[in-house]
Design a protein around this ligand. Sequence first.
Ligand code: WT7
Length: 651
Amino acid sequence: MSSDSGSLDALLSEERRFPPPAAFRAHAVLHDPEVYERAAADREAYWADWASQLHWFEPWREVLRWNPPQAQWFLEGKLNVSYNCLDRHVLDGHGSRVALLWEGEPGDTRSYTYRQLLDEVCRFANALKGLGVAKGDRVTIYLPMIPEVAVAMLACTRIGAIHSVVFGGFSPESLSDRNNDAAAKVLIAADGGWRRGTVVPLKAHADDALAKSPTIEHVVVVARGGDLSKQVGASLKPGRDLWYHDLVAAASPDCPAEPMDAEDTLFVLYTSGTTGKPKGVVHTTGGYLTQVYATTRAVFDIHDDDVYWCTADVGWITGHSYVVYGPLSNRAHVLMYEGGPDWPDRGRLWQMCERYGVTIFYTAPTAIRSFMRWGEEWPGKADLSRLRLLGSVGEPINPEAWIWYHEVIGGTRCPIVDTWWQTETGAIMITPLPGITVTKPGTATLPFPGIDAAIKNEAGEETSAGYLAITSPWPSMLRGIWGDDARYRQTYWSKWKDTYFPGDGAKRDEDGYYWILGRVDDVLNVAGHRIGTMEVESALVDHPAVAEAAVVGKKHDIKGEVLAAFVTLKEKHPASDALLKELREHVGKKIGAIAKPDMIVFTADLPKTRSGKIMRRLLRDIAEGRAVGDTTTLADPAVVRRLQALYAEEE
Ligand code: WT7
């Protein structure tokens, strides 16, 4: 667990309370606390009520069928996600309303109305069909934050193809692993994207991945445009690769939306687990859309004149649910930005908030801590008076960062919604309702109406401090792990009977508020992104010089956690700075830059139990400079002293 109990006690003694401002409450989508009771009295009716705000080609016949751990929601209902995000609004007379406002890192801009976005999505959907993509086929999307990423996702949903978005920061090897696991037929990539003034050469990465992706038949390449496309000049392999702009220009804009079963798979998204192999989290159509629609409306309090900005990349679940599907199904104005937050300077995001009149802003604590370090002068230079609601997601937000966010960005007038959820939950689960909940810095407060949570001990009994549990199925829950039902059951449903185990520790206070304490398994949260320690260990051991590796998390002021690796080399390989650099690069190449260890300590041996298990708990103590706990089960207690000395040298 990443938070120790000392700091938790400090958190729980947090005295500050922030009730919703009266003016906010008066216009809030939800302002009456009776919604909690109404939802609890009849959960199925409550969710059916939200679902009925979407467009269905055919009504469902049953709200929920629960054969643990398999849930089905809105059985036999037929709907289409792109229809709900686009056609519906155009048919309701909102075709000329702006859907997407986009800004590239160099400052180029584009915008799409709902009608224009629908037109582009239909054309691209037809183009995909032309490439032989049919309902149920998998399509990998490897794009930067450009409008085409939303177009590509929506086009897949229009024809019933299953998308698998791979974050542009992932390496070619990670990309080919995901292509292969999903047996994807088509890859959609860009020539490149901008990040802090440099080009990320996505097509070149894709080409490396394609050498090991036998199932990919075609690659659609989006020209990012501007100087970038001139600079990188991607080469297309005849017969296999096609330009996006050629396909879209030649395609018909007429593409009826495929009526999908509520339980048809919508997408797969890979996330880290405790083993070396990422899991393909499977989400389906009706329940997923219902809950992202409902939470976007109620938690972000979407109104017609809002300008909504979630800074997440679409490569993560936050980008799926709260950049694309949630806001577009709510007919929102969505702002999207391609590049780095400190480019060309640290005022970039705030200048954009001013320029676009952003009213709702959703980001991660790691970003907030960076903003704090950069100083108040940057937000101080921009007019942030249009902001009315702030959100946080990805890890526990420390009260200091919460207060800074509240005062410096929110001008003390904006409620903050600290939203707890996961890739697997698909949508927000524990969160304040900004017009109802009295917030306290550091807690995600209460389960969203219609969500049942608890805190349990190992034996499954309720306690006030222990493991977070979700005790009833929810509409946007994952339906499985792609191709690995055993892992689905084992990871989430084996701890307690018929109860979902998210892998987080939590406490409840006297108001019943949930305080999330962090992961309790071997998964780290680095800058708001999950990284499995085993995944990084496998990458290290893959290097010819490495005999054994153990990776642990170490607290970090900005990133929350960083990785510390303890590495044992094979005998003929001497430790050197060059090798250290090489190992970091190797991990970057195998997984992606986010997984590079912050520090690597070479050691002749690792602390192990007599049965040979590496004691990561001790390594965590060493990495964080704490007094080392119980070492009586160690095979060789002297290892710890040697390691502490080595570690001190490295720091
Ligand atoms: C893990 C899920 C959900 C989108 C971003 C991350 C941690 C997430 C919070 C929060 C405390 C949080 C948990 C969770 N987490 N939000 N508001 N407070 N912890 O998605 O990569 O699936 O990671 O992020 O540990 O299990 P993810």
